[in-house]
Structures are given as structure tokens and as C-alpha cells.
Design a protein around this ligand. Structure first.
Ligand code: SF4
Length: 353
């Protein structure tokens, strides 16, 4: 009990740190990343194939009640053309992403098979909470990395922000995916309306205890056509400190620098890599479709290959030529601790800072 309280206190201080303390926390996160992954950063491409969604999350512009966007499903021939003929050379993994749209899930299966057969790309999907049959179908088609965000680790807060389905079902989905051979990544939104410091600490703890291969921090950005449109965005300090603490608690997990970092502060995207992130994403979605893929706001900061490579260089890192999927496969079986804890290090660091 006493030890838990000590960790909580240190995390609260470090989560809200600024100035030299924040710089030191993030440098520490970067050093831990360096120890496990060296200076190599994975580069994946994301293709957003549908903005239909049956969920109604208060923080997302693609929520089903938002009538202000045009809904689309990307024709498969366009997706094929991009993946097989126009892929930037730095990309080693592809992420297929959509709102929670079972039609898109069904339609994408043949393309996943084709990617598996024709390329050595690692295949990630981010398609929402589905049935076990649908997860199995995607896995059998060749995908191996499932991204399913928790958004907040507090069950009541989860309900308040209308995150997808229920907290319990989301946790059950993560466990099912991990048990059936997927590498699973989950994460949370820093600065989400209604979120307390305790919620964030609880979320970090819940994520640390789940059988995950990856973790993420997305800074909250208010979306114009959402119930949370008038709330303030997350701050650079909170967003980057959360990345650093996540890395300290989970040295071997894949942690992305998310494109929304570009909206919270100048240099925050490279800052996330310096704080411990080791995955970047090039957006491959055609501009017409991208306009309506409004996870937060229409003015998204689009990461093309040049911007991604510049950010990696600015962080003093290099592009990994090995895919993320391959790296994960090489860690198995059993050599990746489910939740390696470096919280003691964080706590000791808090005393010194
Ligand atoms: S966050 Fe995901 S599940 Fe929620 S409304 Fe947006 S696209 Fe749908």
C-alpha cells in the first residue's frame, strides 16, 4: 500500500513536470528507448479505409452522430494501387485503419491476404471492437498487430466520454487478441475532458498490466463537430511527460509518436521520439478521403515521408530497416516480458530531480 502510494506520488509529479525536471524525465525515457531499440525508429504507413463508425465517442469527429462530414469507404483498387505501386521506401509496416465499420472489415480481408502474399510488410490493423470471429479472420488473412485504444483506464470516465462499447468489453477484447497470437497495442488520450491526474495514473497502471506489445499517448485535440469541441487541448508538457513515463514503465513496448503531437507544440513530434517513442507513421490516405477522416479536427497535420524522416533525424535517430512486425516476432516466444516495470527507476529519478 505504502509502495503503491509512493509510485503514485512520483508519477503525479513527473506527469505534470515542466522545465528542467521535464527535460530530464524525457531524456531518461529516451535513454531507456536507446538501451532496448538503439537509435532505430520504425516507420509504418497508415491507410484510412473508412470513416463510417457505429460508435459515438465524445472526443471524435467520426462519431456516428456527426452529420457534418461526408462518409467514405476507400475503393479497394485505390488502396491496392497505393500499397503496391506508391509506397514510400522507408515504410516497413502498413496499418489499415477505419472507424468501427464491419463492412470495411469484411471488404479488407482479400487485400490483407494479397499484402501478405506479395510483400514482406508487417500488417497492423486498427478497426475497433469486433467479434472474435472477425479478429480471427483478420489474423488468418495475415495481420499480426492490433491497435485498440483504451482512451482512459478509469471505467467511470470511460463511460462519461462515451468511449467505444464498455470498458469491460474493451479489456476483454485486448485479452482475447493477445491470447490468440496478436501483438496488441493500446493507449490513452492525455488531457481528455473530465480526466483527473488520478485517472491518468490509473490508466498508466492498467496499460502496464495488460498483455501488450505496444502503448500510445495521444494528446487531446478538441474536434469542432464534437461534444468536446470547446475544451482546451492537451499541453506539450503533459503529452510528452506521459510518453516518457510510458517508456520508463514499459521499456520493450512499441510506442508511436502520434501525428497530433504536431498540434500541441512546435517540435513535440520529435520531442516524443526523444522522450522514448520508437514508431512513426506516414499518412498514405488520398487527400479527398483524408479531409473527412477527422479523428480530432479537419486541420490535421499530415506526416508525409519527408516530415517523418526529418523528425527522426531531429531526434538524433535513424530509420529502422527491420519491420516492427519482424522485431516483435523475433522476441517470441516468451522473451518479451508482458509488463516489464521500470517504475522503480522512475520513482528514484523523481527523488533526484
Ligand atoms: S474514436 Fe474510433 S470508435 Fe470512437 S467514434 Fe472515433 S472512430 Fe469511432
Amino acid at each position: 500500500m505504502h509502495a503503491t502510494r509512493r509510485h503514485s506520488l512520483y508519477h503525479a509529479e513527473l506527469l505534470h513536470a515542466s522545465g528542467r525536471t521535464a527535460d530530464a524525465v524525457r531524456e531518461h525515457g529516451g535513454r531507456v528507448r536507446q538501451q532496448v531499440f538503439g537509435n532505430k525508429v520504425f516507420v509504418r504507413g497508415v491507410l484510412e479505409i473508412s470513416n463510417y463508425c457505429r460508435q459515438n465517442c465524445n472526443y471524435c469527429g467520426m462519431r456516428r452522430d456527426n452529420k457534418a462530414i461526408d462518409r467514405f469507404r476507400l475503393p479497394l483498387d485505390i488502396a491496392r494501387e497505393i500499397i503496391f505501386n506508391h509506397l514510400p521506401p522507408a515504410i516497413t509496416d502498413i496499418n489499415i485503419q477505419a472507424g468501427e465499420d464491419v463492412v470495411a472489415v469484411r471488404d479488407i480481408v482479400p487485400l490483407l491476404r494479397e499484402i501478405r502474399e506479395r510483400t514482406s510488410l508487417g500488417i497492423s490493423v486498427c478497426l475497433g471492437t469486433l467479434s472474435s470471429r472477425e479478429y480471427d479472420m483478420l489474423r488468418e488473412a495475415g495481420a499480426s498487430f492490433y491497435i485498440i485504444k483504451l482512451e482512459t483506464g478509469n471505467p467511470l470516465h470511460y463511460k462519461e466520454v462515451q468511449a467505444p462499447g464498455t470498458f469491460e468489453k474493451r479489456i476483454a477484447a485486448i485479452r482475447y487478441l493477445a491470447q490468440t497470437g496478436w501483438s496488441v497495442s493500446s493507449g490513452f488520450i492525455a488531457g481528455l475532458p473530465g480526466q483527473t491526474t488520478e485517472h491518468m495514473l490509473e490508466t498508466l497502471q492498467v496499460l502496464g498490466e495488460l498483455p501488450l506489445a505496444g502503448n500510445s499517448v495521444s494528446p487531446f485535440i478538441p474536434g469542432g463537430d464534437t461534444p468536446f469541441g470547446t475544451y482546451p487541448a492537451s499541453t506539450p508538457d503533459l503529452s510528452l511527460n506521459a510518453v516518457a513515463l510510458m517508456r520508463l514503465a514499459n521499456p520493450r513496448r512499441i510506442i508511436p509518436a502520434v501525428s497530433a503531437m504536431n498540434l500541441v507544440g512546435r517540435d513535440a513530434y520529435s520531442g516524443a521520439i526523444r522522450a522514448g517513442a520508437n514508431l512513426t507513421t506516414i499518412n498514405l490516405t488520398p487527400p479527398d478521403a483524408r479531409r473527412n477522416y477527422v479523428l480530432y479536427q479537419r486541420d490535421r497535420y499530415i506526416m508525409d515521408q519527408d516530415r517523418v524522416l526529418r523528425a527522426i533525424r531531429n531526434a538524433g535517430c535513424e530509420v529502422s530497416t527491420r519491420s516492427m512486425a519482424r522485431w516483435l516476432a523475433e522476441q517470441r516466444p516468451g522473451s518479451v516480458p508482458v509488463a516489464p516495470s521500470n517504475l522503480e527507476t522512475a520513482a528514484r529519478f523523481g527523488e533526484a530531480a
